[in-house]
Design a protein around this ligand. Sequence first.
Ligand SMILES: Cc1cc2nc3c(=O)[nH]c(=O)nc-3n(C[C@H](O)[C@H](O)[C@H](O)COP(=O)(O)OP(=O)(O)OC[C@H]3O[C@@H](n4cnc5c(N)ncnc54)[C@H](O)[C@@H]3O)c2cc1C
Length: 493
Amino acid sequence: MKKKIIIIGGGVAGLSAGIYAARNCFDTEILEMHSVAGGQCTAWTRKGYRFDYCLHWLVGTSKGAFNNIWKETGVIDESTIVIDHEIHSETILPDGRKFVIYSNIDRWEKYLHELAPEDARSITRMCNDMRKSAYLEPFNDPPGLRSAGTYISSLFKILPVVRTIQKFGRKTCKEYFDSLNFKNPLLRDALYLSYGERDFSALVFIFMLGWFNQKNAGYIIGGSYPLAQRMLNTYIKEGGRMCFGKKVESIIVQDDTVKGVVLSDGTKTEADYVIAACDGYSTIFKMLGGKYVSSKVRKAYDKWPLFTALVQVSFGVNRKIIDSTPIINVMSPGKQLGITKLSNGYGIMNYGFDPSMAPEGKTTLVIRFESPWELWESLDEQQYKDAKEKTLADALALLEEHYPGISADVEVTDVATPRTTVRYTGVRKGAYEGFLPTSQNMMKSLDMTLPRLKKFYMAGQWLFPGGGLPPSAQTGKWAVQYICKEEGLLFKN
Ligand SMILES: Cc1cc2nc3c(=O)[nH]c(=O)nc-3n(C[C@H](O)[C@H](O)[C@H](O)COP(=O)(O)OP(=O)(O)OC[C@H]3O[C@@H](n4cnc5c(N)ncnc54)[C@H](O)[C@@H]3O)c2cc1C
């Protein structure tokens, strides 16, 4: 008899768990409340335009442990086209000055030296810190299943970067920039306004650009939708069952052992194991009633800040628009956009680099900005409708500033709000990557199990501050590795 694993949630973590569980000969069922797979890794099509709500960069497009997972789950194969943008982003400051971030560090360093010769030494220091991320390599196996040899060889590999981690592991971006003591006004303003206004980990800033430099954080042509569909196809091919429109209400526990789940329609489904690959807070404090909480978990959910939810306004434009950069970040703190007073600004994304995003000769453009969940949470139906209309009108006016005359060519519009995210994915407060990676939690993670609770694992973005697709998929895999170990089975990739 095959043992049965129920997976709650068909996002990237749940799909990954499902693939590895089915491949390792478990009887698997993914219970997904929505009608499509992918969770937050999603996109929708309107009159031939695809509006993508996730993928910009996927760590692991060329090598390493994450790349192994993307290959094993069918996301990447020899036919996959990956784009590594030459320019990471362009920033426009409130007074109109422009600043560019190149993906290649040598190229960026040259640009910075030309821009700010007075900061030559600091620029070189910063770029060298970034280059060191090449020595970092995520582990293949989860904690507890790694051999001593793996730890030793990894320690040797990361030696050149240990000092950087020690030095900046608990520093914010602002503290890091302070230590570099930049003098050039444009360089200072661009970096401080973009990254220095909140407790955002310096290491994330340093290593993020390092991954682009290694061409290991590319964009997959087609974006989020095919990414999720390929995982779903792999899961089905392995023999897994995908059940849409099934919302889990609670997890059945007897004698501290998980026995199955109860759906919102009252149906009970039994299982030998449950992997919760959905919102972390809902799992721990609602489905399990807050009965299995370690002090570490309580502290995290009480104290760690979350990513601020997003509003995305998408436009289908009957005109081909070519930009040199995929993202323009316009810094405009305090500006009113619909019901949102912007904390730092908004991004304009031109998907023209991906021909699958719009019909021939047309362009998909997106304006995206942070908008706290609390602003949207308690609007009534009419207020919500008005807020969306106002947001659309303001966003279109901004687009007009960047592309004069464009309004005449806009043929499709779409507004997705924090309420859209919460309704379709259940993610707490629309926090799209979970916990914000700060100077305080950067080197921390949460356990995949809960104290005393047996036959239960968690997977997904809530286990690592910074979240994102790679750790979500990886923890799905790890959950199955732990289950195989419990069952005395040799894990198959
Ligand atoms: C706008 C945006 C841009 C992003 N850009 C990137 C990027 O460029 N690169 C990157 O790496 N990451 C990016 N992310 C983050 C990434 O999408 C998420 O971190 C990741 O998809 C989380 O996957 P997950 O499986 O852990 O959770 P989710 O995607 O939240 O999946 C959870 C699933 O569980 C289901 N569910 C919830 N509750 C229940 C229930 N009670 N019963 C049944 N099913 C339930 C949900 O419907 C959902 O399908 C972005 C996210 C957003 C929103």
